[in-house]
Design a protein around this ligand. Structure first.
Ligand code: GDP
Ligand code: GDP
Length: 442
């Protein structure tokens, strides 16, 4: 589970400086264009073994540079950050002291029930530390003096942050439901994710508990039917008709990433009318990168004329498979979430993938199958060096990873790796499951 931490505060308190310190610049992974004065960014970080994502909510300066007003844009950013984050770092500035705008922000923050750390920045050498009583007036229990520029005090602040993250319900919840597969419905807005969840709900009276109410405000349902038990969830409510669409899109991406991380198998939903687009592929890559199982659901099939025509389906499939290769051994189902068509085998297939993903192949079986293949199709030799692979084994990892031992692992090309990957997939039926191949020196 990836946690989300936001840095909130008026302009110029040092939000981006702190952000850069926390992630270390090179670690920034994604940049999302904000369209305002600078790019909004988030990055991934880790402290004492706990991973979290952090958002710099900056990116906006009031037009007249009057830092003492709480602009509607800042308010908007804060409100969204509040809703989506697990912990807020509320930054104030020791050099300038407490401003009305800080008090305004603190009022907004206090209304929410999220954990907030008040972080007094620009305490560069500790000299101002006794003049900070003003900030007590803000009334936050967790209170840290730091210098984002030289790093002092940030370790202590991060220690506390991690403590809070560890206490979050989400983690307990993961333990509670340990062992039961977690399936999620992901996809772009309007593809029909909530409709699908509702169809599952309507269809079956055995769906009993709503175990939401945690920090993730998603609809999680416990699904139980014909021997299948799973947790089913939707990438939570992304409001569509909002003026703040840009931020919404940003958080929607964040949520998709979080949902994927939290899931065993993703149902990637695609709108049949719009077709398979680059965003769908991006989501697919995210799933693959995170080593999660996947089923592709082509929804709204009812809207396509001639939907009984098999060649349309076939062409759809071919197109998608080409686009997602080399990991193209993925189930593609054509459904109508609204009419409840084609839904019956989604869960059984997901279960199949779930089991495959956990499967550990016996080394001798793996070698027995792979050896003749490797012998018949050895890696192409390079610089007159004959490359051989002697032996392979599956690692005892959570998701399927295989190691092949070779005399010259450094010369084995990506294309050969893909060849092996496909053979393993084919012979051991790793449908819908990303697998990883490594070559090592024997
Ligand atoms: P943001 O608008 O909140 O993102 O603020 P920035 O990170 O851009 O910082 C605003 C200014 O404050 C910059 O000139 C920073 O160099 C400066 N600044 C940030 N952190 C510190 C700090 O710990 N000490 C001092 N003295 N200046 C800082
Ligand atoms: P979400 O944003 O992905 O959760 O999408 P929704 O479930 O809110 O659906 C968006 C719109 O698509 C709604 O108007 C649904 O009624 C419609 N919709 C969803 N599934 C289907 C389907 O299978 N066929 C048709 N024709 N419309 C659908």
């Amino acid at each position: 589970m990836s946690y989300l931490v936001s840095i909130v505060g008026r302009p110029n308190v040092g939000k981006s400086t702190l952000f850069n310190r926390i992630i270390g610049k090179k670690k920034a992974i994604v940049h999302v264009k904000s369209g305002v004065t600078r790019d909004r960014i988030y990055g991934n970080s880790e402290w004492n073994g706990i991973h979290f994502s952090i958002v710099d909510t900056g990116g906006y300066n009031p037009p007249n540079n009057n830092i003492d007003i709480i602009d509607t844009e800042i308010r908007k950013q804060i409100l969204i950050a509040l809703k989506e984050s697990d912990v807020i770092l509320f930054l104030v500035d020791m050099e300038i002291g407490l401003l009305d705008v800080d008090i305004e922000i603190s009022k907004i923050l206090r209304k929410c029930k999220k954990s907030i750390l008040l972080v007094v920045n620009k305490v560069d050498n500790g000299k101002n530390i006794y003049h900070d009583t003003d900030f007590f007036r803000l009334g936050f229990n967790n209170y840290y003096c730091i210098s984002a520029i030289n790093g002092s005090g940030t370790g202590e602040m991060l220690d506390r942050l991690i403590e809070i993250l560890k206490e979050l319900v989400v983690e307990k919840k993961v333990e509670e439901i340990g062992g039961i597969p977690r399936f999620s419905v992901i996809g772009r807005p309007n593809v029909g994710k909530s409709t699908l969840i509702n169809s599952f709900l309507d269809k079956d009276r055995h769906i009993v508990t709503n175990i939401s109410g945690t920090t993730r405000d998603s609809i999680d349902v416990f699904y139980k039917k014909l021997g299948y038990k799973c947790i089913l969830f939707d990438t939570p409510g992304v409001r569509k008709k909002s003026k703040i669409s840009e931020s919404i899109e940003f958080y929607s991406t964040m949520k998709t990433v979080r949902t994927i991380k939290y899931t065993d198998i993703c149902f990637l939903m695609v709108d049949a009318v719009r077709g398979w687009e680059s965003q769908d592929r991006n989501i697919f890559r995210l799933i693959e990168k995170n080593q999660k199982g996947v089923i592709i659901l082509i929804n709204k099939w009812d809207l396509l004329h001639n939907n009984k025509n098999c060649s349309i389906k076939r062409n759809f499939e071919i197109f998608i498979k080409k686009n997602i290769a080399p990991f193209d051994n993925v189930p593609i189902l054509f459904i109508s979430a609204k009419n409840k068509d084609g839904l019956y085998n989604i869960i059984p297939i997901a279960y199949h993938i779930f089991r495959k993903r956990k499967k550990k192949l016996k080394t001798n079986l793996l070698n027995r199958v792979m050896f003749p293949i490797l012998k018949k199709n050895p890696p192409p030799s390079i610089n007159k060096k004959l490359i051989t692979i002697k032996y392979c084994t599956q690692l005892p990892t959570y998701t399927p990873k295989f190691i092949f031992f070779s005399n010259y692992p450094q010369y084995i090309k990506e294309s050969y790796k893909r060849f092996i990957e496909n053979k393993i997939r084919y012979h051991f039926d790793f449908i819908g499951v990303p697998i990883q191949i490594f070559f090592r020196k024997k």
